[in-house]
Design a protein. Structure first.
Length: 95
């Protein structure tokens, strides 16, 4: 898990640690340049978090997939992982 997952508002508490770990693991498994994958967490109102996924520009097609199927699958699995931590997750793929 990256240091970016630490919320400034919550001190050293990590928001939705399971969701962050799952997102990093799956994104690194899908792309060619796994070292370029970075996940940043932003706390939203209530129990919502936004996971912003950064990857190498040539790997974005792999993260999105044909017709967005890979992205939809990633969002579904990460949403379930966030629910385990008591959060709702939004996943954004950022270039």
């Amino acid at each position: 898990m990256t240091d970016d997952a630490v919320s400034e508002a919550e001190g050293n508490e990590v928001l939705a640690p399971t969701a962050v770990a799952v997102m990093e693991y799956l994104a690194r498994a899908v792309v060619e340049d796994a070292d370029a994958v970075r996940v940043e967490v932003t706390g939203l109102r209530g129990k919502r978090v936004r996971l912003s996924v950064f990857a190498a520009p040539n790997d974005f097609g792999r993260l999105i997939g044909r017709r967005g199927r890979v992205a939809a699958a990633l969002r579904t699995v990460v949403g379930a992982a966030a629910a385990k931590d008591g959060f709702e997750a939004e996943v954004d793929f950022v270039e």
